[in-house]
Design a protein around this ligand. Structure first.
Ligand code: C2E
Ligand code: CA
Ligand code: CA
Length: 668
């Protein structure tokens, strides 16, 4: 037999080309795989190693032939299992990697390339190259996790985002293990990367289903307790209130029954939109189900704020809802309870709000009710004030009271602060703190403020003409007034119309007002200074008190807030602070006015520290115009020695209106 008998496809030419290299190289051999034939004609794979021995003559070929049927089968199985592993990886979006820490060679499986949206050509397979595809926000935590795995021998498991070359982001879950050499040095890290983006989205959707109302997208009842507890905690730490509002639409069932559920649903969605619009960021709103909503307002400073929001919500329902080509009218009934005023338990608060809501329904719907009668009365008064205030200007119900400013050196009244009061036909004299915030909210402060300015200027002019020249008047300003573009014009007009010298008008501003918008405040103050008026910084120490701004503003007088004056006798720091403020103000070239001086100790201390002017009940309460005129006369008489001073004992705190006359007389 010749070799050709066992090699069915063999030809002389093939054989020659195979052995050609052997002739060139003595020690050479060729190895190749081919197919041999059995006697029965069946075929089997073989590996042939062919050697040529030229030492013999003639040369001899030696062939070692090995049946590789089994090896081929094993390889085939391996290939199949690799293919199915790759398939499994593709299905699971999971790839594996192998990083040789010593050489920094990184091997990625095909699926990782797919997850990263890369091809092997685009990637130079190092740890640093891998890091460059990790989202910048997550990079440090990945580095930290790798370091921790290597140094603390902890398992590595982390979720992070990656950014593909096309800019799309994916979320991946990575897990790995480190291998160490015998010295405990990390040498290799093997791990997996799984793309969990879709998985996360599903999780999020499930979360939304569990915690959000699918119709309106608002949080559902599951979250109410959480939001409420959170708001309560925050309120407690900041000494604020939380309001819980239970809102139910009036006659919603009618709409559902007559116009169908689709219209009802569309209305609920619109209602949710309008409700959200009435809230501040940080407030929360949820749908309980049906036409019931819960609103949680945190961080409330004053109950008036709650009334205002509730009124605002009612107002939101005035314009009709445009649904399916039709104008629908809807109104709510709202029940309100306050933490900690009414209760401090979340369950009870929700129950209270519900009870109050039924009360609102029973009172004819489209209104809001507080849980407690006392708060209802207050809210009613506030609303009454709000409507009343709109008419008060026309009806001339506002009046100014004046409180003297006394010079510490001369003991003379050098001016007065004009303080606004509202002479309400039913409620009597209302102090400014009760209606000014409301006036600011409604914008009414602008015309009211203008009236104050004109009236005060005109009145001082009268006093100038009746024997008290050189008095100056201080007028309080609200931030809303300062925001007017032509405010300097308004001041100029008031001065022009009344003929008051600008230097006899003093405008009082607070720190917080100036700090709201530094740049425009600097500009407007400059305009005002150019007119020649004086500027006072009111309530100093209660606002931001940033010393650096003080020198930026052209301030003539600094008014130490009465809370500091009150502390003079109370604690040693109080007195120290007042002394420091005076020194600082004088250094900056400002005069100092001590506010709220009620006792002779306070007066004595302020005088000793060089305070220029004082104001407070110790000299006199704010007085109505005629009473103030009397005071001016009495004071002048005392100065001229026609009368002797007999100090009033204690401050006449509570006396208002007529009684103030008595207190000033007493001093006389
Ligand atoms: P303010 O500018 O700090 O005015 C001083 C307040 O302290 C006045 O209260 C005055 O009556 C009170 N007061 C004076 N001496 C003493 C004292 O010895 N002890 C105590 N405890 N209090 C004293 P009032 O008149 O109730 O005014 C309150 C606030 O209302 C004013 O605080 C001011 O911020 C604002 N306000 C008053 N009138 C106007 C105005 O025409 N326009 C604006 N925007 N705000 C005004
Ligand atoms: Ca003031
Ligand atoms: Ca003040």
């Amino acid at each position: 037999m010749t070799p050709l008998d066992i090699k069915p496809d063999f030809t002389r030419e093939k054989f020659d080309s195979l052995i050609a290299p052997l002739w060139r190289d003595d020690t050479g051999r060729v190895v190749f795989e081919t197919v041999h034939q059995c006697k029965d004609g069946s075929l089997y794979p073989v590996e042939v190693q062919l050697h040529l021995s030229r030492a013999e003559s003639p040369p001899v070929f030696v062939a070692i032939i090995q049946d590789i049927t089994e090896r081929m089968q094993t390889m085939e199985t391996l290939r199949e299992s690799e293919a199915s592993l790759a398939r499994a990886q593709r299905i699971a979006h999971l790839g594996n990697w192998d990083w040789n820490i010593v050489t920094n060679e990184l091997h990625w499986s095909d699926e990782i390339y797919r997850i990263f949206g890369l091809t092997p050509q685009q990637f130079d397979a190092t740890y640093e190259a891998f890091l460059s595809f990790v989202h910048p926000d997550n990079r440090q935590s990945v580095i930290d996790a790798v370091n921790k795995a290597m140094h603390e021998k902890e398992p590595y498991s982390i979720d992070h985002r990656i950014v593909r070359p096309d800019g799309t982001e994916r979320i991946v879950h990575e897990q790995a293990e480190v291998t160490f050499d015998e010295n405990g040095k990390p040498i290799r890290m093997i791990g997996t990367v799984q793309d969990v983006t879709e998985h996360r989205q599903v999780q999020e959707r499930l979360h939304n289903l569990a915690f959000y109302d699918s119709l309106t997208g608002l949080p559902n009842r599951q979250q109410i307790n959480d939001s409420l507890s959170r708001a309560m905690l925050e309120a407690e730490s900041r000494d604020r209130l939380v309001a819980v509002m239970f809102l139910d639409l009036d006659r919603f069932k009618n709409i559902n029954d007559t116009l169908g559920h689709d219209v009802g649903d569309a209305l609920l969605k619109e209602v949710a939109v309008r409700l959200k619009a009435s809230l501040r960021p940080g407030d929360s709103i949820s749908r309980l189900g049906g036409d019931e909503f819960i609103l949680i307002l945190g961080n409330i400073a004053h109950i008036n704020d709650v009334t205002r929001v509730a009124q605002k919500i009612l107002d939101q329902f005035i314009p009709p809802f445009r649904i399916a080509g039709r104008d629908l009218f809807a109104s709510p009934s709202i029940g309100i309870t306050l933490y900690p005023f009414d209760d401090n338990n979340t369950e009870n608060l929700l129950k209270n709000a519900d009870t109050a809501m039924y009360h609102a329904k029973s009172l004819g719907r489209n209104n809001f009710q507080f849980y407690t009668a006392e708060l209802n009365a207050r809210a009613a008064r506030q609303l009454e004030l709000e409507t009343g205030m709109r008419r008060a200007l026309e009806r001339e119900e506002f009046v100014l009271h004046y409180q003297p400013l006394v010079n510490m050196q001369s003991g003379l009244i050098v001016g007065m602060e004009a303080l606004l009061r509202w002479q309400h036909p039913e409620c009597g004299l209302i102090p400014p703190m009760e209606f000014i915030p409301l006036a600011e909210e409604t914008g009414l402060i602008v015309p009211i403020g203008e009236w104050v300015l004109r009236t005060a200027c005109a009145q001082v002019k009268v006093w100038h003409a009746t024997g008290f020249p050189a008095l100056h008047v201080a007028v309080n300003l609200s931030s809303k007034q300062l925001q007017q573009k032509d405010f300097a014009e308004v001041v100029k007009r008031a001065l022009g119309e009344t003929g008051l010298e600008p230097r006899n008008l003093d405008l009082e501003l607070t720190e917080s007002l100036l700090m709201q918008d530094m740049e425009s405040a600097v500009a407007i103050l400059k305009e005002l200074k150019d007119l020649g008026v004086m500027i006072s910084l009111d309530d100093f120490g209660t606002g931001y008190s940033s010393l650096s701004y003080l020198k930026r503003f052209p301030i003539d007088f600094l008014k130490i807030d009465r809370s500091f004056v009150k502390d003079i006798a109370h604690d040693r720091y109080g007195a120290g602070i007042v002394r420091a403020i005076i020194v600082m103000a004088h250094t900056l070239g400002m005069k100092v006015i001590g506010e709220g001086v009620e006792t002779s100790e306070q007066l004595g201390y302020l005088r000793n520290q060089g305070c220029d002017i004082i104001q407070g009940y110790f000299c006199s309460e704010p007085l109505a115009t005629e009473t103030f005129t009397d005071l001016l006369k009495d004071w002048q008489a005392i100065r001229m020695g026609k009368c002797s001073i007999k100090k009033a004992s204690g401050a006449p705190h509570k006396k208002k209106g007529k009684s103030t006359r008595r207190s000033s007389k007493k001093k006389g």
